[in-house]
Design a protein around this ligand. Structure first.
Ligand SMILES: [Zn+2]
Ligand SMILES: [Zn+2]
Length: 467
């Protein structure tokens, strides 16, 4: 690791007007991309297994979409939404702060209710929130998520939780995470609960924070979610939802838990869990790092049975999950789980003189075509500098071409660890290197296996044939 070239610590330039990333956002440097790559691979694999297909929605959407879905009084909309207006007609847009709203908009816009139901979609996308920057929280962050739209059965809730759990298992962090689960009921039982809460908090405003006094009017449920100490103390004695919940919601929740039991997924029933967004109904869940509590949720989700209708579609049940990539990476690092480094360079080709450079380029091409990760110094550096560079890249072998070797059709093969060198014919060098590296380390990919030509006849071509 020590020999790795660090791009993070580029030499300081003396210029005064040095540009930096804006506060709260960050570059994903190559070392971290190794994590992103393996996480994406695992997500795609688990998604395919369970019948999810990938979707991407735009980075920005109409601001009203998020207000209508996430809820105008949530922190996310009030404080964290990045908005902008077009110069010409003043249309208001927002950078997407979460994935579900855009996907439901897309479901309605593309008439996906005509597809076989439920529609199962997944995404891996960047999102934007003007959050207070702190460890593991960024203003541009990446989430992956799963949405199942068009089915109300508790089996869907359990299945989504299971897919998330499998992904955590694959990533090696499952043992660190505990599923927190709760039901917040349907609109019917929640209305009843909201009224009871309002009755309870009215007259106790002096002990609530300013935000919660406002919430009391707009959405007393949010008070239960407040981090303020006094608010939490009051909330702990507030009416309990379990005394208000309707029979259908109670039955749904019981079945979700039984289904989780049947696939051996452990959970902690957490009546405090409400989630920060308005569109949830019935099941809500989060995966918490037990050692650090709610602030360290790596992801969560739940049912949003009312959202499709709320955004203008037909009444459609749905359930989803989203996980934070940066937080997952932080947990993997805490757990000392290394992402596979597939960027390792195996062979370095060093050369001196223009004739040698031509041969070096041919050798590099031949090596790469055979799947060997190969790098060459094609600049004018001295042989010593070139081999020094080979050392920095931690390569296993160097192929060295001087003018004499090229004239004689030879090349020096150097084992970088031992320093042992042998002179071999250029024509045999690729084969020899592959033998030494072993076939396992070859990185071969044949795109023609993936890409096929569509040979079906299109209607317009059919006409031509008939003419
Ligand atoms: Zn209910
Ligand atoms: Zn409060």
């Amino acid at each position: 690791m020590s020999k790795k070239v660090s791009l993070a610590k580029a030499p300081k330039t003396p210029k005064a007007d040095k540009f930096q990333t804006p506060r709260g956002v960050h570059d994903v440097l190559p070392d971290d991309h190794a994590y992103f790559t393996v996480i994406k691979k695992i997500i795609r694999h688990r998604a395919r297994q369970a019948g999810f297909r990938r979707i991407s929605t735009p980075i920005f959407e109409s601001k009203n979409l998020f207000i209508r879905s996430v809820g105008g009084q949530t922190d996310l909309i009030e404080k964290e939404l990045y908005t902008f207006q077009t110069k010409k007609d003043g249309e208001e847009f927002a950078l997407k702060p979460e994935g579900t709203a855009g996907i439901v908009r897309s479901f309605i816009q593309h008439g996906m209710n005509q597809l076989p139901q439920p529609v199962e979609l997944f995404y891996i996308e960047p999102f934007f929130r003007h959050d207070r920057p702190q460890k593991g929280r960024y203003r541009q962050f990446h989430q992956f998520g799963f949405e199942v739209i068009g089915e109300s059965d508790p089996g869907i809730d359990a299945q989504i939780i299971q897919v998330a759990h499998f992904i955590h298992q694959d990533l090696g962090i499952a043992s660190k995470l505990k599923l927190q689960i709760n039901t917040i009921g349907c609109s019917k039982c929640r209305e009843k609960f909201t009224n009871q809460l309002r009755d309870y908090f009215i007259g106790k405003e002096r002990n609530l924070c300013a935000n919660c006094v406002r919430r009391l009017e707009e959405n007393p449920l949010r008070i239960l979610d407040c981090k303020g100490e006094d608010c939490q103390i009051l909330a702990s004695n507030a009416p309990k939802f379990e005394n208000v919940i309707c029979d259908e919601c109670k039955d749904h929740h019981k079945k979700v838990l039984e289904l989780l039991d049947s696939v051996d997924i452990e959970y902690n029933e957490n009546p405090q869990l409400v989630r920060g967004l308005d569109y949830y109904s019935r099941t809500v869940f989060e995966f918490w790092d037990e050692s650090e509590g709610a602030q360290n949720s790596v992801g969560g989700g739940g049912r949003y049975d009312g959202l499709v209708e709320q955004l203008g579609g037909n009444s459609t049940a749905a359930c989803g999950y989203a996980g934070g990539m940066e937080r997952i990476i932080a947990h993997m690092k805490d757990f000392r789980i290394l992402a596979p480094d597939k960027d390792q360079i195996d062979v370095f080709v060093a050369q001196l003189g223009f004739e040698a450079k031509k041969v070096a380029l041919q050798l590099l091409t031949a090596l790469r075509e055979e799947g060997v990760h190969a790098l060459g110094a094609l600049g004018k550096a001295s042989m010593k500098d070139q081999l020094g560079k080979a050392d920095k890249f931690n390569v296993k072998y160097a192929l060295i071409l001087g003018e004499v070797e090229v004239r004689e059709g030879k090349v020096i093969l150097r084992d970088m660890a031992s320093g042992v060198q042998e002179v071999i014919p250029i024509g045999k060098s690729v084969e020899k290197v592959i033998k030494k590296l072993g076939k396992k380390s070859l990185d071969k990919y044949d795109p023609s296996k993936d890409l096929k030509k569509d040979r079906t006849v299109r209607p317009e071509e059919e006409l031509l044939i008939r003419d």
